[in-house]
Design a protein around this ligand. Structure first.
Ligand code: PMP
Length: 430
């Protein structure tokens, strides 16, 4: 594979941008090699500036559920741009977006748009604190909720990949207000509620995780969290930035049958443009300014271009026949192919998949259900597998601690090529 132009572009970028990238995992820091610089993308494929084409399972880390450059999304953005990019004044499309989200996610009475997933979780936490008059938040080791200070404690995703789950720059005071518990371990949460009675404002989690790889919550864990929050008047926040509108119209909460108090969104609701949102119960959302005392604002919040791309994406997801069923079928085919490879080659690994989110864990364990299990993975082996995959034109997330995403644009042929490339890579690594 010729990466001549990408190598030059990365060298130039490193002179001007820290690490050459605007988000750490893009640097391929933990897997090695030069990241391809992307020129364009269409459907299930991305093309780099040297002209190499890859089947893409990153999908911009989640937003591109319809595939890249979907014609209707492109058209919506173009038409809206011609009318002016931003006004800083109310528009009807913001109400339309709110109505759509409410229709698809029944736990949402009111919703506020922001510009990223980070802003969504940061604002939801402030709201929970303002509403309850309490300071503490419980999060789970390995879960990632963006780069707000409060959540960079035992964080997943890039923070975990780069060995900085507790980053420098977060004050001791902030760190003290964040309590860490173990995913799928209700007792670890009960202990915190006993120790900090009437002090916990919120419990936040990825209801189905993606940022330490895909982990599915056990029934008693997730129902137990709901019960604990009810008993202690604590706000239960589902961070559905990744899972929202991906694991079905109603997200992970619909799949799990649990109603959170607040939900955060991002990624898909922006159709590839910078967006986040948070919403939930009326009585909590009423605390937000200008109605209530909890302040939160944004120059570009509800931006017309982002609303156009997001609304078009959500409408298509809602209206396309059997969209999520077909997505499930494609993703199931991929899982089956990868599992067959593991079996046939007697290669140790565990595949966790929910709908179009999947992770192949390079581990000798029989299952991966907790952060402790995730940490046992062989990241060096993953890195080799990653590089071989890229060489064969398969673009995976450049870290073991991430989810892969299948889109509506992936074809059976894409899956077949991916499974074949994976077989060859596993065979060499055996
Ligand atoms: N929450 C979750 C669950 C996420 O996956 C992410 C991003 N990967 C975020 C929050 C932060 O979103 P953003 O990168 O848009 O700030």
């Amino acid at each position: 594979m010729n990466l001549t132009k990408s190598i030059a572009a990365f060298q130039e970028a490193q002179k001007h941008i820290p690490g050459g990238v605007n988000s750490p995992v893009r640097s391929f820091g933990s897997v090695g090699g030069n990241p391809p610089f992307i020129a364009k993308a269409e459907g299930s494929k991305v093309t780099d500036i040297d002209g190499n084409e890859y089947i893409d399972y990153v999908g911009s880390w989640g937003p591109m559920i319809l595939g890249h450059a979907h014609p209707q999304v492109v058209e919506a953005i173009q038409q809206t741009a011609a009318l002016g990019a931003s006004f800083g004044a109310p528009t009807e499309t913001e109400t339309e977006m709110a109505q759509l989200i409410k229709k698809l996610v029944p736990s949402i009475d009111m919703v506020r748009m922001v510009n990223s997933g980070t802003e969504a979780t940061m604002s939801a936490l402030r709201l929970a604190r303002g509403y309850t008059g309490r300071n503490l938040v419980v999060k789970f080791e390995g879960c990632y909720h963006g780069h707000n200070d409060s959540f960079l404690i035992q964080a997943g995703s890039g923070a975990l990949t780069f060995g900085t789950p507790n980053t420098p720059g977060v004050t001791e005071g902030t760190a003290r207000d964040t309590l860490s518990a173990q995913f799928n371990d209700l007792v670890s949460v009960e202990r915190l509620f006993e120790k900090y009675k009437n002090q916990i404002a919120a419990v936040i989690l990825e209801p189905i995780t993606g940022n330490m790889g895909v982990i599915i919550p056990e029934k008693e864990f997730i129902t137990g969290l709901r019960k604990l929050c009810d008993e202690n008047n604590t706000v239960l926040i589902f961070d559905e930035v990744m899972t929202g509108f991906r694991l079905g119209k109603g997200g992970a909460q619909e799949l799990l049958g649990i109603t959170p108090d607040l939900t955060t969104f991002g990624k898909i609701i922006g159709g590839g443009l910078p967006v986040g949102a948070y919403g939930g119960k009326q009585k909590i959302m009423d605390s937000l300014a200008p109605k209530g005392p909890v302040y939160q604002a944004g120059t570009l919040s509800g931006n017309p271009l982002a609303m156009a791309a997001g609304i078009t994406t959500l409408k298509l997801l809602n209206e396309m026949t059997r969209f999520y069923d077909k997505l499930e079928e494609t993703a199931a085919l991929l899982e089956e192919g990868l599992q067959n490879n593991l079996n046939e080659l007697q290669f140790n690994g565990v595949i966790n998949r929910v709908g179009s989110m999947f992770t192949l864990f390079f581990t000798d364990e029989k299952s991966v259900k907790s952060f402790a299990d995730v940490k046992k993975c062989n990241t060096a082996l993953f890195a080799e597998y990653f590089r071989m995959s890229l060489e064969s034109g398969i673009y995976l997330a450049p870290s073991q601690y991430e989810a892969g995403f299948v889109s509506g644009a992936h074809t059976k042929e894409d899956i077949q090529k991916t499974v074949e490339a994976s077989y060859m890579a596993m065979k060499k690594l055996k």
